[in-house]
Design a protein around this ligand. Structure first.
Ligand SMILES: [Zn+2]
Length: 434
């Protein structure tokens, strides 16, 4: 007896309709027609069934704190950092745990089951670390939550930040973080990259730096990070987050740099929602978009995964734990509008995020873990376009969340009485339905 059969599913690679059988916490079978009984049947009705979403760049210690103690009036990164500095002394572990747990509920409802969160370690006591270690334990059955020791105010610019970062790692934080462009000088930034890479190498940990989140074309710490990644052989254990300054680099320099990034094997994590609002703030017109060079990085073979960064916090007052919203913004802001690139945007919030986080490939396959999401869309591009409703979210063979499909009831003379917005896309390269 099977536990669940999902009928008539389409997979992200285009295969389908297929039935997916789940027994215990594994995918038992994927076949055209599974003649078997199951405790529960879910009719996907030709819709997309995908791996869960991943967010390789988030700040869970700050999430849902919008307006506390005040709003970010200018909307800039620097006012956000200053505002976070005002909030930090007021934080209690209980309040951070409460906000983070509520955010994780929201994440599960959106099929977001793997999150890497930076946690500020610039000043003692390490309230956020203590709180998020507890949250990591509580959500472990359903969310892969990785924590990054993040010296928000600078490894060298903030007093004792290195000592606090080491303490956070000793307490069990998973990943080494940093912010070289926020150090006092370029050379201090480069020194912080070297030091943090060595800490990661010595401890056998991953490294994920906020790197060149700036409009300054001279902010070139990603070059040092690629060098240190290659020198220490860290490869895919390293992630450069944001890298927005690359938007402003001169083309010749970028053409030299991108192959070095590819050679190092590091991941790059742009954050389209936040960076389309934060970058270019000091420009008049024309105003830079500020997203990093995603098409060129992808073409060079770099693993590019999109992160959400913020949801309702000092830096960003919107956000909804919806990684399809992130992919949708990436498609527009990069831009990446070919069919291949839009499918790439979907992969950037599923498989590529898992790869950046060092997690196993989540592609749905026979014998693999039964972790999947049923979406109200027929393929990845449609899922991005619609920011499709997550009809069912399954982790280890258990349905964790369900949402009713989005349907409209119409009252128009001579027109349909109900409307499913997912039915409206023409089908490219297929014959018109008869
Ligand atoms: Zn960040």
């Amino acid at each position: 007896m099977l536990d669940i059969i999902i009928r008539q599913a389409h997979l992200p690679d285009g295969r389908g309709p297929l039935d997916i059988a789940i027994k215990g916490d594994r995918v038992a079978e994927i076949a055209t027609k599974i003649e078997a009984e199951a405790g529960e049947e879910i009719d996907a009705a030709g819709r997309l069934v995908s791996p869960p979403f991943t967010d390789p760049h988030f700040h869970m210690d700050a999430t849902l704190s919008l307006g506390s103690p005040r709003m970010n009036v200018s909307g800039t990164l620097l006012e956000g950092i200053a505002l976070w500095g005002e909030l930090k002394p007021l934080l209690t572990p209980e309040a951070v745990i409460d906000r983070a747990m509520r955010y994780c509920d929201l994440a599960v409802s959106q099929g977001l089951l793997a999150i890497r969160s930076h946690v500020d370690v610039s000043s003692a006591p390490l309230v956020g670390v203590e709180a998020l270690l507890e949250v990591r334990k509580q959500v472990a059955p359903y969310i892969d939550l990785q924590l990054v020791a993040f010296p928000q105010d600078g490894l060298y610019r903030a007093q004792n930040a290195e000592e606090n970062l080491i303490q956070a790692l000793d307490m069990g934080v998973d990943v080494v973080g940093g912010i070289p462009h926020f150090e006092r000088t370029m050379s201090e930034g480069a020194r912080s990259v070297r030091r943090l890479a060595e800490i990661a190498a010595d401890r056998g940990l991953m490294l994920d730096l906020h790197c060149d989140e700036s409009d300054d074309p001279m902010s070139r710490h990603v070059e040092t990070l690629a060098y240190e990644t290659t020198r220490l052989g860290l490869g895919g254990r390293v992630t450069a987050s944001h890298v927005t300054a690359m938007h402003s680099y001169d083309n010749y320099y970028a053409s030299k740099l991108i192959p070095l990034i590819a050679e190092s094997g590091m991941n790059v994590v742009p954050n389209p929602l936040i960076n389309i609002t934060l970058q270019g703030r000091s420009d008049t017109y024309p105003r830079r978009r500020g997203l990093t060079r995603v098409p060129e990085l992808r073409a060079a073979g770099v693993n590019v995964a999109f992160g959400q960064d913020c949801t309702m916090d000092p830096w960003y007052s919107l956000g909804s734990a919806d990684m399809l919203e992130v992919a949708h913004m990436g498609v527009h802001a990069v831009p990446m509008t070919s069919r291949e690139a839009m499918e790439g945007a979907f992969t950037s919030v599923t498989q590529n995020g898992a790869k950046a986080m060092g997690l196993p490939d989540p592609t749905i396959r026979k014998g693999g873990p039964a972790n999947l999401v049923v979406l109200q869309a027929r393929d990845p591009i449609e899922a991005v376009r619609m920011k499709a409703t997550r009809l069912a979210v399954i982790k280890n063979g258990k349905v964790l969340a369900r949402t009713e499909p989005r349907m409209a009831a119409l009252s128009l003379p001579g027109r349909p009485t109900t409307l499913d917005p997912a039915d409206y896309a023409p089908r490219p390269n297929t014959q018109e339905a008869k």
